[in-house]
Design a protein around this ligand. Sequence first.
Ligand SMILES: [Zn+2]
Length: 935
Amino acid sequence: MATMRFFVLLALLIPLYAISVHLRPPSAEDVLDVHIIAHSHDDVGWLKTVDEYYTGFNQSIQDAGVQYILDAVTSALEDDPDRRFIYVEIAFFERWWRDQSEKKKASVRRLVKEGRFEFINGDEATTHYSGVIDQMTLGHQFLMKEFGVRPKIGWHVDPFGHAATQATLFSDMGFDAFFFGRIDYQEQKWRNDTREMEFIWRNSKSRGEKTDMWSHVLYASYSYLPGFAWEYGDEPIQDDPRLFRYNVRARADVFAELVRERAATVKHNRVLIPFGEDFQFEKALLNFRNMEKLMKFINGHPEYKMKLRYSTPSIYLQSVKESNPPFNIREGDFFPYADRDHAYWTGFYSSRPTLKLYARQMNGLAHASDKLFAAANFKPSTAEYRAAREKTSVMDDAYGIVQHHDALAGTEKLHVAEDYILRLSMGQHKVEEVVGQSLGKLMGAGGDFGFCHSLNESICEHTEDLNGTVAVTFYNPVAWQRSHFPRFPVTSTDVEVMDSDGQVQKAELFPNADDENKYDLVFVADIPPMGYATYFISSQKTDYTSLVTGVDIEGGLKLDNSEISLTFSDTTGRLDSATNLREGIELDVTLDYLWYNSSTGTSDNRQASGAYIFRPNGTYPISDVRPSITLYNGTLLKEVRQKLGPWLSHSIRLWQGTSVFEVENTVDTIDISDGLGKEISMKFSSSLQTDGKWSTDSMGVEMIERRRNVREWPFNITEPISWNYVPVNEAAYLSDSSTRLTLVVDRSRGCSSLEDGSIETMLQRRTLMDDRRGVGEPLNGTERVRSSTYVHVSSESTAAPTQRSVSLLINNPAVVAFRTVDSTSIPNGGIPFFSRTKRLVWSGIRALPQNLHVLNVRPLDDGTLLVRLHHLYEKDEHSVLSQPISVNLTEVFSSLKIASAQEVSLTANAKVEGSVTNVEIGPTETKTFLIRLKE
Ligand SMILES: [Zn+2]
């Protein structure tokens, strides 16, 4: 691959606000204050499952048992008051804690209180703000309950890049600092050389300096200094001259030299030395004893000009603050990450797409279930309340674990990915029981509801085996009225849909794309804000349900609804333009699919494409053949289906009254019989003049502008494609001065704009080799992946409302619950008896402004409700909707009688001063409250 050289003057890109820097390199007289940070990096599932890691099963895969680490570390700390240790992974700690005696718990509480055992926090990878807040809340609530402590430090030593929103969230959680390990190797070198390893991260355009985060990049990695990994078998320290192989001076010289190397990368005389590795400190004494011999020797010899001590990031930070050096400002995020030439970790953005989608959907379901459960108002003293909370905790646990950086990232072994999916699926079943229980109480109908888990695979027993009538209740977790288009598989054309007033609804049947014996039933369900509506589907003939049959189109095609018009080319048979009819904006835009050949290494560089790393070796079209066009021209839905290759097809859909079009692609098992690994991207190419720029979201909050082939430090480009890949979690767009092309995605993916006017996202990856970053397996994605992308063409000024609302609706899908209705209770042609006795339509909230999202309403065991409100827009994104929002909390929830309310920190572990009758929420801000209801 050709290597290009670019250099962009950094000074131009550092904001003018930056404090002027007068470097004072440590003089020879300075004594270095060396902070030894003992830690263990315990992945919550990677090569082994979370429970295997905890218990120590499967040692042949990896020698790791976290329970023994915690046993050993706490005992070693009890033995010596100078020792300190930091711990991150609450999922493991919580398992261990359950197992401890009261005596041991008292001892550990003392260690925590004295700052000798400190909890800090970690994890991020293709995450969404909603899930991260949930996971952190779970951990912080546990720590507050058991120890009365608030973590104040982010310690992301292993995640593969860092999202700006993560730093914003840490700030909102009251964190003082963020330590991380992995940034682009070229930026890291530049920062090392210029003493810029510590800086102020201005992480949000909207929040500005309010959420600034002091940040520290580890010098190399979170590992032991090389040669001092005693648990791995490095030479022990021998400091007794009476014994053979005395080596302490020689070892101390090496250690001191390594410390000095690190000292040269910061602006003060404090040095942070990580002391640990993955699953280390099972032999805590081996580590501590050797380090103590080294410390004793160095501290006893002033010629080393350094003092070593056990420390924690909090103590280090405090010490740095005392020296008060000036720090520069860093904006943006830390994607993409590369650890060397040809090794961009941009593959994991798209690895294991089904796990990424499932996790996102389960977060939506869990939030919906919480809201319903709160609305149903079960009393904490009752058995049904406790049973429901027990069920919810299964999902909480599963979802928290899946946030891990080797989980959602898709960089775990296959059997570990299956373990995550199993846990989520157990959580799903439990949470659905809570949904049923809550709906039953609200409807006065008992809790006997059924659910369909494979609707996107066209499987649903409740509608397929229709014999009589099924009641379908749709719950809308969003605080706006919503028109939902359900699509249910049915096996007969004799189907009628009725609303709760007994009005027969317009419905349409489309031949099912997966199974010729089925039809997709489509209708419109209107659901009130944070409420539900019930419809009835019956097996009977009706004129209101029509069958839409497919028509093969030979030439070109124009497809439109009231809002948008699409054209398909006469010659290529492919989409070639989209027009926003309301705004009169037409854009030439084509949709193509391509595959990258996964590199298996080249003669000059062995790096292969794999779970973490995307290294393409050539770009190819999926097919040059003109695809056939089959049109289904309904009223509620207009759909074009196209087969694009032996394992790729898509449907392009226009739903009635909507201004976005949906592209649903189906990637079946990718053919690798030609011996080539393949990574599949969907690419839109337009006439937009984009000047090398495009934008993608940061964890679903702010949009970050990306610039092709531009960095703020000296660089070489060794991988021109993958180094321009960044994650998209919610939305991406391209724009010129007048028009914007927006994509809203259903899950996190990799995204790039490799030429002006084009934007692509990666759908599935099937690589042949491991990429040698530890997982030890090729990423062999063989499952069928069905993904949806919602596309919008508009003016710049009207784009944001559509992007934000479509994203919100996708991430918070309507919950669909089925219930069989006894057909004998339906009078001839009339409303089912069921409908006349139950509360079929209900709303728990007055409709809120379009820029305000009720993120959580969650009952807590002390009888309070945890409520989070989130401003969906960023600063200057929209003239009206980006303005701060004022709400009166006591008026928002029409169904709740609020006795008192208190604003709290983001993870509800500290009180915050603020009004609750006049809450002001600024752009992108999330505010959290604890509400007590009247008895
Ligand atoms: Zn890790």
